[in-house]
Design a protein. Sequence first.
Length: 233
Amino acid sequence: MHKIFDSKQELATYFGEYLLNKTKEKPDLNIALSGGSTPKVIFEVLARDFEKSIDWTKIRFFWGDERCVLPTNPESNFGMTREHLFDHVKTRAINIFRVKGELDPQEAVKAYSATINDNVPHVNHIPQFDIMLLGMGDDGHTASIFPHQIKLWDSNNICELAQHPETGQVRVSLTGKVINNSKEIIFLVTGANKAEKVDEIFNKKNNYQQYPAALVNMNKATWLLDKEAAESL
Ligand code: 6PG
């Protein structure tokens, strides 16, 4: 399913209402956040318009992927979330389960896998997040599973170490089995540079299954798109 919005702000407001309703249905939501630039706008709208209406202390925050950097590094997804959301709403520190990007990457992936195993309920013997937030890169990657490492999607592990194809940046990423085991998956995709891949994935064009984003269970996924990203649909 997909919904198209005239602006990122409208998309963010829709997501805020969705999250508010989810927190009313289930007070201790386990959510895996996406990173990159799109969530910044979403988090700013959530902080501005949903600070009081959502009980942020009840949400348990995880990440779908994280760069192996210090939490204070501008590249950090946790750092971005803290700047644009956590610094503006009342959360509970014990409900924030960040990837320890400051550790040696092998240690970070082991520690985060243990954190998820210990704190996220299992269904089908796999951790099940209530909400999985995903973005999509203009190369069709999602979380930090990139096309050149698409085999990581099918890993039997909860998390894998991945590498950005251009920068070589090492990242910790959830794998396909955890992503597709989520109760609900929400794609937040904005910008004209995503339109081609959105079209290819939605219309099963060309070699669309080379894109990790195309391997996400479409029956569970709701794509929230701005009109630029949806211009070819
Ligand atoms: C990350 C993300 C990544 C992101 C896409 C889209 O750590 O970068 O998790 O998967 O969602 O790259 O990023 P934008 O929304 O910034 O285009």
